[in-house]
Structure formats: C-alpha cells, structure tokens
Ligand binder design. Structure first.
Ligand SMILES: O=C(CO)[C@H](O)[C@H](O)COP(=O)(O)O
Length: 260
C-alpha cells in the first residue's frame, strides 16, 4: 500500500507531473533542484522506463544528478549539451511577472546558468509560492569563501540605498560549519521582507566583488505550472495569463509514492 502524501506534496507532485508531460523524445532537458524538482525527475524516469522516452538531462546539482541516474535518465554535462530545449525547476517565490526567488536549496548558481541556456524555463510550484511582492522568502546569494565577511559588509552597505523593508544578512550554516554549494562557495541569506525593485537589486548585487550570483531570476521563467493538493493544475504565462487548467490523476503514479 503506497504511503499517503501530504496535500503539499500532492500539490508539488501535480505540478511536476504536468510539466514532465511537456518533455518530448530527443530533448535535452535541464533538471532543477529541490523537492518539487525531485518529483519531476521521478516522473521523467517513469516515462523513460514505461514509454522509452529518450532524453538527456543536465542536472543543476549533485543531488539531482544522483536521482536522475537512479531513475534511469541519461545525464550529461551542460557543456556537452551546449543548449537545452527546456529546463524544469522549482522556485521559492514567483510574482505576477514570473520573476522568481530561487536558491532555498542552495543550487541557485547552477540553476541560473542552466535555465539561461534553455529555450524555455518552466517553473513548478505549489500555490504557497505565489506572492504579490518578492522578498518574504530570504533571498540567497552565492559568495566566494575568500573574504566573505567583507562581502557581507558590502552587501549590507548597498542595501541601505535599496527599496527593501528588511536588511538582515545571515550566513547559511550546515550544522556547525558554513554551508558549501556544489561550487564550494557560501550562501548569504538576505532577509528583505519585501523587494521594491527586484530587477535593480539583481543588477546591483552582482556588481559587488565576491558575489558570484543572486537568487533573483528576472525574465528567465516563461511558464509556471501551479499544482494543487486535489490534483488541479494551472499553467500560467507572463504575457497571456492562464493558458490551461487541468487535472492530474494520482492513481496512475502510486508506485512513485512508494519510495518517498
Ligand atoms: O531553488 C531551489 C533550490 O536551489 C528550489 O527550486 C527551491 O528552493 C524550491 O524548493 P522546493 O521545491 O523544495 O520547495
């Protein structure tokens, strides 16, 4: 008997399942990171096994690479792929313009490189990720370890002149030690509460020496697939609004729930 998923996991699964159906044989696909993206990787693995779907996946983290291989997806490096047809990834927040905060899982640098090297980026999300203004979720920025405290001071100084509500900057920890990304860098989490001008902030952050990349994805996402706990899914596009409303059946995928 498969385990019963929580409503939030069902919502994530529904979004992931709908987005995985957008993938066609022959595609090179960017594989995101996080719990929602993990569902998408499992759904794609199932299509590979059941339908013989032939894809090559470019993972955005070592975690995702491991899972992709485990479920039978051929994994290649971004430089081998060159350019991707589609990237599917989760997000921490999205707004009406489909601008995003990403990096809650610490993979924002590779996620941004992969999404930018794709014809299309589809974000998969549960309804709680939708916000009127970005910033309630702490904005992650990836910084190199050398002089990270100096970099943090520069970030704090810069925030003084920005249209944000909060200005606290914290070093992300993993137990007793600073968190390390796949690239060996640290993450600073910026508690901004509300970001007045995400586009400007994204540009200014990347001017600071020591900042490698920030978690604001501006004009990168093309479509958001919002999943609900009862199986409903909505596809939303920045120019056309709601493109489709449909439903995902959970029954067909019960075997996927078994291992989670
Ligand atoms: O940006 C990310 C990882 O760096 C994730 O996509 C984001 O944190 C959402 O994660 P989840 O699907 O687990 O809610």
């Amino acid at each position: 008997m498969p385990a019963e998923l929580s409503p939030i996991e069902k919502a994530k699964f529904a979004a992931a399942k709908r987005a995985s159906d957008m993938v066609e044989s022959g595609m090179k696909v960017g594989l995101g990171t996080g719990s929602t993206a993990a569902w998408m990787v499992r759904c794609l693995g199932e299509r590979v096994r059941r339908e013989g779907l032939k894809i090559r996946g470019v993972p955005t983290s070592t975690r995702t690479a491991e899972l992709a291989r485990e479920v039978g997806i051929e994994v290649i490096a971004l430089d081998e792929a060159g350019w991707l047809d589609l990237t599917i990834d989760g997000a921490d927040e999205f707004d009406a313009e489909l601008n995003l905060i990403k990096g809650g899982g610490g993979a924002l640098l590779q996620e941004k490189i992969v999404a930018t090297a794709s014809d299309r980026m589809v974000v998969i999300a549960d309804p709680a990720k939708e916000v009127a203004h970005l910033g309630a979720f702490p904005l992650p920025i990836e910084v190199i370890p050398f002089g990270w405290k100096t970099t943090r001071n520069l970030v704090e100084e810069m925030l003084e002149g920005m249209d944000v509500l909060g200005r606290e900057v914290g070093l992300r920890m993993s137990g007793e030690a600073p968190y390390r990304t796949d690239e060996g860098n640290h993450i600073l989490d910026l508690h901004l509460m509300r970001i007045g001008n995400p586009r400007q902030l994204a540009l200014v952050l990347n001017q600071i020496p020591g900042v490698v990349e920030n978690g604001l994805f501006i004009d990168i996402c093309d479509t958001v697939v919002i999943g609900h706990g009862d199986g409903r899914v909505e596809l939303r596009d920045v120019t056309e609004g709601t493109l489709e409303e449909g439903r995902v059946e959970f029954g067909e995928s019960e075997n996927l729930f078994r291992d989670v």
